[in-house]
Design a protein around this ligand. Sequence first.
Ligand SMILES: [Mg+2]
Length: 412
Amino acid sequence: MKQEQILIHISGQDRVGLTASIMEVLAKYDAQILDLGQAVIHNTLTLGILIRIGEENSGQVMKELLFKTTAWGSISIGFEPITDDDYEAWAGRQGRNRYILTIIGRSLSAAQIQAATDVISRYGLNIDAIKRLTGRMSIMHPERNVRACVEFSLRGFLSAEDKEAMQKDLMQMGQEHGTDFSFQKDNIYRRMRRLICFDMDSTLIQAECIDELARRHGVYDQVAAITESAMRGEIDFKESFTKRVALLKGLDISVMQDIADHLPITEGTDRLMSVLKTCGYKIAILSGGFTFFGEYLQRKYSIDYVYANELEVGEDGKLTGRYVGEVVDGRRKADLLKLIAQAEKVNLEQTIAVGDGANDLPMLNEAGLGIAFHAKPRVKAGAKQSISTIGLDGVLYFIGFKDSQLGEHGVL
Ligand SMILES: [Mg+2]
């Protein structure tokens, strides 16, 4: 029996049992399903079914489907024959060249989506699917719309140079339109990340602990002057760190406890941590700050690893102005990420790093997914992904989570 392909497209008002009813007709005539896809926006459905069916049945199938949908009203149906050659050419184009582009903002405008789709088409990529990852927007309560995210599934070949150029164009798009984005290869690792390493100061918390300590000890100006001198490149990180810690000599440990009790936690941290723990992620804090605060956060969020700098405390319960052990700097953060991944038997592709500072760049570049978080332009430019418009839970969208799978404060 000669077979032919027919693409059926159905659109209109969604109703319960619509797909089942269509399939009942197709089943009766023993149609083979070659492809199937459906999207619902508001209450309107678009359903596409590509079937292969015996030639002598195709007329009857189309007739029955037409009767059914006409009886429902407000549903339109169309049929398109697909030749064997056209079908085979289409099937042959499937491959591993798939990418995911995720776009985030407080809300998303047509201009932002236009800029993103413009970059996509400029590099000859096809959009296979578009998904909204954030919850439905309210127009009556705009204050509830705190984030918006759309994910594009893309197909096409990009050379290494094209990929780099596209990354740059996306970066420019992000800057011009205030959009965060991630552009990732769509491979098995994307949905199987296992380890996440966070910077602490100005990433998990909205503070620089050394500045807080200096403020409480009356040495803020001196500490700030050393920080600036290090930022100008006049002294290296270790030297500046040693000098700043020395200025804290005599500070009572109770002051540190008080600061810890009032740490301003970054927006979205509770939600992010709750989801990551539920999903079995290993979580690490890799910080150039102090273990005292890292361990406080470790207890609060059941964090698996904390590597930071240990301030020496004298018998009188006051800081001695010295630190204990090796200083955690940018290189050490990247090395620790690799070491923890090794210990946890996690492929580097399965790691995520999040940080705001220049000393986070080595670990952001080492990780499978490196995210600059509310970072300065120089750090952002050095990272492949960045989040600057929303809170830390934006990381969840880069991993592919949807709000409909999550609660406002974590996993439902
Ligand atoms: Mg930081």
